[in-house]
Write a protein that binds this ligand. Structure first.
Ligand code: 5GP
Length: 191
């Protein structure tokens, strides 16, 4: 895979830390970004649409793609739920002269950084505290208590990876975080 001039911008963070809001903000800026739509074997949540939020695959279809080496990276993020980045997705965005934005988990994010050390900027979005994270997850109102507990346990593990990222953005005040992210990316794209 060759990037020509396209770069890779990875956003990783515990779910509920606000990274999806930051990604949406960036996609609305005048920088040619394309969002990497991940594949997943989990079921759609709320109003999520196939081919927009994720490519929703059955577990069997997901495993078949693993066997075909179709993923740049993939993981069983929660037990029984696979998530991964298809090579074809990144190639599609690079072919249309876009920089690729990823909203993926910390291990997947670091995996991409390792494969593309020069072309990739890896950002970690950190929630102000675990208490605030729990509040946000409950406020979303879409997940069961079991799912919330699973996500909180995973968040604790994920916070330990923050130092391995190029930049840590603490999402306390959304506007400040947006400015910080935009500046970091502009600097990286100019370098
Ligand atoms: P959710 O179920 O809340 O949409 O996502 C669960 C977790 O999977 C999040 O931490 C999200 O960042 C991560 N995730 C989404 N897509 C990918 C992917 O393509 N690869 C990896 N490794 N993780 C992903």
């Amino acid at each position: 895979m060759s990037s020509k001039n396209g770069k890779l911008i990875v956003f990783s963070a515990p779910s509920g830390s606000g990274k999806t809001t930051l990604v949406r903000y960036l996609l609305a800026q005048d920088i040619p970004f394309g969002f990497s739509i991940s594949a997943t074997s989990r079921l759609p949540r709320g109003a999520e649409q196939d081919g927009v939020d994720y490519y929703f695959l059955t577990e069997a279809a997901f495993r078949e793609k693993i066997a075909q080496n179709a993923f740049l990276e993939y993981e069983e993020v929660y037990s029984g739920n696979f998530y991964g980045t298809l090579r074809t997705e990144v190639e599609r965005l690079w072919a249309s002269a876009k920089h690729v934005l990823f909203d993926i988990d910390v291990v997947g994010g670091l995996n991409i950084k390792q494969q593309f050390p020069e072309e990739c900027l890896a950002l970690f979005v950190q929630p102000p505290s675990l208490e605030e994270l729990e509040k946000r997850l409950r406020g979303r109102g879409t997940d069961s208590e079991e799912t919330i507990q699973q996500r909180l346990a995973k968040a604790k593990e994920e916070l330990a990876y923050a130092p391995q990222f190029d930049r840590v953005i603490v999402n306390d005040n959304l506007e400040t975080a947006q400015q910080e992210v935009r500046k970091a990316i502009e600097q990286f794209l100019q370098s």
